[in-house]
Design a protein around this ligand. Structure first.
Ligand SMILES: Cc1ncc(COP(=O)(O)O)c(C=O)c1O
Length: 653
């Protein structure tokens, strides 16, 4: 029987890249991940980009952004709505609005606001800092500025004045008390407010964030509050200020049925509101358009069982049907699709620094270090293991493992004897696991072996800084090596980050059937770099990321295609330096240097440090303060790091 050699197609299936890659990510003939940031234009080789960055001295981890993908995503959503509107002869418009909370980085907001490409792009803010950021850059005439979230007088006043800048701010009442503040502020500054009302749908979304709607949702008005708000506005002659109905059914809605249900309810509220306030113009359906992180097209938490086209069809159809029934004008539809717009555009590339491998077991057991009965039993189990008895041997080995622990704790086993037992048991489990792969029927209790026998790949990044949702809510992201994909990944592994935290690891991966507890990776070669990409991390992860262990922002690069279709790095944003992250926790550079000087003086005085060593120590300390918070891993290919290597900076390189 000939075994077919491994090839890139097998890697594509292994990592499911055709599912989650959505046409942006593929594997090229060289066995590297390729990125197609713009439709009908050449793909670029991600591995080559990383190598180029390393040659320029920009050390991993790298967050690589493809603004072309942002533009494609925006265009794709617009096209889906255009098609749906044409199909149902919809007379209103559609405006895609970016909720900046999804990724507030200036370069991202700037790229997104331009991504509307003539169609315009609204921006949504949920806090005062977000409002201020957006006010500094939203320059589209009559550009929609949706103001959600909790608001105080200052927030509302600034938002109202934005109309004088030529924008179209709509202040959405999320909590009833805000209505009075809006009225007060608008009277004080003499601006007629445009008001949105956020309803809280009774129907819930589907997926992890389903609780954003429904009875106990944090935001939104109950129907009786909406009716009361309209009554109060009309009583003050301000009924015409009601312009928008908003709802948000939660992020990452996994099921199209849930969307249909909520849409039906919201469309009906819209038509009723139109009866009370014919001035209303917009129906804002919030966020929720999902991302297929595992490429399974199912209603699993990491996936979605619908396409953007289907989403747009259902949104447009439900609104159109409800309006047609009562012959009321079709509203302008607004969606605040943040995740779907930004997730794909950013990739984190990290480098493997070391691997703790599960070793290949010997075919015969090592000789026990003593004639202890139990050690002998273990060695016999090992010697006599075969396919037929392996289930039984497994259960005997588990009992022996318990006994060895007890004997050691009671002082009846030396550390050398226990070390022998541990090593032999691990080898035995590995052999049982190997036999298991040849079994026709696998007993269920042998399944735990998969979890016990995995390599650990130590990578230069922090889960808490770059993929917080994996730690916080067990969200799955597609992860795979970005090169060597023409070769079979033969190691079964989990990924550990740099933090001193046992949670700082990735041990859940995408899988067609749910969650996989390992990822297949290539054997690590210490003389070659091995890069792993973490994909679809453009939504939420950056601003949620925290400074655990004081690992700061990573180096960020922006890649665009030039006229010839070659990738060009258009901007580099250096990651945090050590002195910056220490500043966040109130250590000033002066205090740090002063503190170390004091320590050095004492050491020199006491004779534990020579004056020469003290000078060297101080120099290193100062250099490190200006350096990257991640490890300056000396790439096996010998590339040096002019700007991220503190020593080079100090020498003025
Ligand atoms: C009010 C509101 N709009 C829009 C969004 C963005 O949702 P998504 O990223 O799922 O599109 C959110 C996020 O939860 C939200 O709370």
């Amino acid at each position: 029987m000939s075994i077919e050699p491994w090839n890139i197609q097998k890697s594509a299936e292994q990592y499911r890249i055709e599912g989650w890659g959505a046409g942006y990510f593929k594997i090229n003939e060289a066995g590297n991940v390729s990125v197609t940031p713009e439709r009908d234009r050449p793909a670029v080789d991600l591995f080559n980009i990383v190598e180029d960055l390393v040659r320029r001295g920009i050390k991993p981890p790298h967050l690589i952004r493809f603004n072309g993908i942002l533009r494609q995503r925006a265009q794709g959503i617009y096209e889906s709505f255009d098609k749906a509107m044409a199909e149902f002869e919809y007379k209103g418009k559609y405006i895609l609005t970016y909720p900046v909370k999804v990724n507030q980085q200036r370069q991202v907001v700037d790229a997104v606001r331009k991504a509307g490409n003539g169609r315009g792009m609204g921006l949504e803010v949920g806090s005062k800092p977000e409002l201020l950021a957006v006010l500094s850059m939203h320059d589209m005439p009559k550009g929609l500025l949706l103001c959600n979230g909790y608001k105080d007088y200052q927030f509302i006043e600034l938002a109202l004045m934005a109309s004088k800048l030529g924008l179209r701010p709509i202040i959405t009442v999320e909590q009833f008390y805000e209505l009075e503040t809006i009225i007060r502020a608008s009277e004080a500054i003499g601006v007629t407010p445009e008001i949105g009302l956020r309803m809280n749908p009774t129907n819930r979304g589907a997926g992890r964030w389903a609780g954003s709607a429904g009875e106990n949702a944090k935001f939104g008005l109950a129907l009786y509050e909406i009716v009361e708000a309209v009554k109060q506005l009309k009583a003050r002659g301000m009924g015409h200020c009601v312009k928008l109905l908003h709802f948000h059914m939660g992020s990452q809605i996994t099921s199209i049925n849930a969307i249909k249900k909520v849409m039906k309810e919201a469309a009906r509220v819209y038509t009723e509101l139109h009866r009370l306030c014919p001035s209303i113009e917009f129906l804002d359906v919030g966020g929720g358009l999902g991302v297929d992180y595992d490429g399974s097209c199912t209603n699993f938490d990491s996936s979605m069982n619908y396409t953007t086209d289907q989403y747009a069809r259902d949104v447009v159809w439900e609104i159109s049907a409800a309006c047609e029934e009562l012959s009321i004008p079709h509203p302008t539809i607004v969606s605040e699709s943040g995740r779907a717009l930004t997730a794909h555009h950013a990739v984190l590339v990290t480098e493997v620094m070391d691997v703790a491998e599960v070793p290949e077991p010997p075919s015969t057991p090592d000789i026990p270090p003593s004639d202890d009965d139990k050690l002998r039993d273990l060695s016999i189990l090992y010697r006599d293991l075969n396919l037929k008895n392996c289930h039984e041997v497994f259960s005997d080995a588990l009992s022996l493992r318990e006994e060895f622990l007890q004997l050691f704790v009671q002082g009846q086993l030396s550390i050398e004897e226990r070390a022998y037992a541990e090593r032999t048991l691990r080898n035995l489990f590995t052999r049982i696991n190997q036999l298991k792969s040849t079994m026709k029927y696998v007993p269920e209790d042998l399944d735990v072996l998969e979890g016990m026998l995995k390599d650990t790949y130590f990578c230069n990044f922090s889960v808490f800084q770059s993929m917080l949702d994996h730690w916080a809510i067990e969200q799955l992201f597609p992860i795979m090596p970005i090169h060597r994909l023409a070769a079979q990944p033969t190691r079964r592994a989990i990924i550990a980050d740099l933090t001193c935290d046992s949670d700082g690891k990735i041990d859940k991966f995408i899988d067609l059937k749910g969650v996989q507890r390992y990822i297949d990776l290539h054997p690590y070669k210490s003389d070659q770099p091995y890069y792993i990409g973490m994909f679809l991390i453009g939504a939420y992860q950056e601003c949620l990321g925290n400074l655990h262990n004081l690992f700061g922002d990573t180096n960020v690069v922006h890649v665009e295609l030039d006229d010839l279709g070659n990738p060009r790095i258009t901007s580099i944003v250096e990651g945090d330096t050590i002195k910056e992250v220490l500043g966040y926790v109130q250590y000033t550079q002066e205090d740090l240097i002063h503190g170390v000087h004091t320590q050095i003086d004492r050491a020199v005085h006491q004779g534990t440090m020579t004056p020469e060593d003290s000078a060297k120590f101080m120099q290193r300390f100062k250099e490190s303060l200006s350096g990257y918070t991640y490890l300056l891993w000396e790439s096996p290919n010998g590339a040096s790091a002019p700007f991220s290597d503190p020593i080079k900076i100090a020498q003025g390189a």
